[in-house]
Design a protein around this ligand. Structure first.
Ligand SMILES: C[S@@+](CC[C@H](N)C(=O)[O-])C[C@H]1O[C@@H](n2cnc3c(N)ncnc32)[C@H](O)[C@@H]1O
Length: 219
């Protein structure tokens, strides 16, 4: 993961906009709007990449304190150089934060990359305050089987094209369809959240269910 995202890091923002047809920022803004946070909330931007969620939280809640955390130093460097003040290296599977430390945790396109989803959700739940929120934006497979194949084909070809153009490595971005094939559905992820201590699960799909935002509150 670290090696792959280290290579991708300098082009990451560009490729995110390309893959989402420029809609990524709008979805993230919607994710931040879904989260009713206290004025001085303590927030975690987990698997922060270049720190989009941290920056959007700072715009919406200037008094919030946000920690951005990621496994990849290249991503953390870019987050810091684009204005994210607190950016730390941490593994989502075993975080160096105390129980109940955060009012809200944002995760953008992170969950698919964690080695064990249910264990990662349990760890995220551990560091969330009772009543605190988890907001996740991620890729999912559309329910319709025809759309699903078209979507996987599109992600593969788009990834192979940009991987070749930007890095001379056609498979560098095809991790997206690869990780998606074995990932859970939007509804299954809602069930995983409920099984791991969350309630009030709100799931919103975009692009025919190819992308979804989940917002849930720790019981
Ligand atoms: C697709 S990028 C998402 C970046 C950003 N959150 C966004 O919304 O654009 C996935 C990020 O997850 C990080 N990552 C992968 N596995 C991780 C783990 N176990 N713990 C923390 N970060 C991880 C990668 O380094 C990478 O920066």
């Amino acid at each position: 993961m670290r090696q792959m995202f280290g290579v991708i890091a300098p082009r990451y923002d560009f490729i995110t906009r390309v893959f989402s047809y420029g809609m990524d920022r709008r979805w993230k803004r919607q994710g931040v709007a879904m989260a009713a946070m206290p004025e001085r909330a303590v927030v975690l931007d987990l698997a922060c990449g270049t720190g989009d969620f941290s920056k959007l939280v700072a715009q919406r809640c200037p008094q919030a304190v946000t920690i951005a955390a990621d496994l990849t130093h290249g991503m953390l460097r870019l987050a810091r150089s684009s204005g994210v003040e607190e950016a730390v290296c941490a593994d989502a599977m075993s975080m160096p934060f105390r129980d109940g430390a955060f009012d809200c945790i944002f995760i953008g396109y992170g969950l698919r990359n964690f080695p064990r989803l249910e264990k990662a959700v349990a760890e995220i739940e551990r560091v969330t305050k009772p009543g605190g929120l988890l907001v996740s934006l991620d890729f999912f497979l559309p329910r319709n089987p025809v759309l699903r194949q078209i979507y996987l084909g599109y992600l593969f070809l788009n990834g192979a094209f940009w991987g070749t153009v930007l890095h001379g490595r056609p498979r560098i971005y095809t991790y997206i369809p690869d990780s998606l094939r074995s990932f859970v559905s939007i509804d299954d992820f809602s069930s995983i959240l409920r099984r791991n201590g969350y309630g009030k699960v709100d799931a919103r799909g975009f692009l025919f269910g190819g992308i979804a935002l989940h917002c849930a509150a720790k019981r």
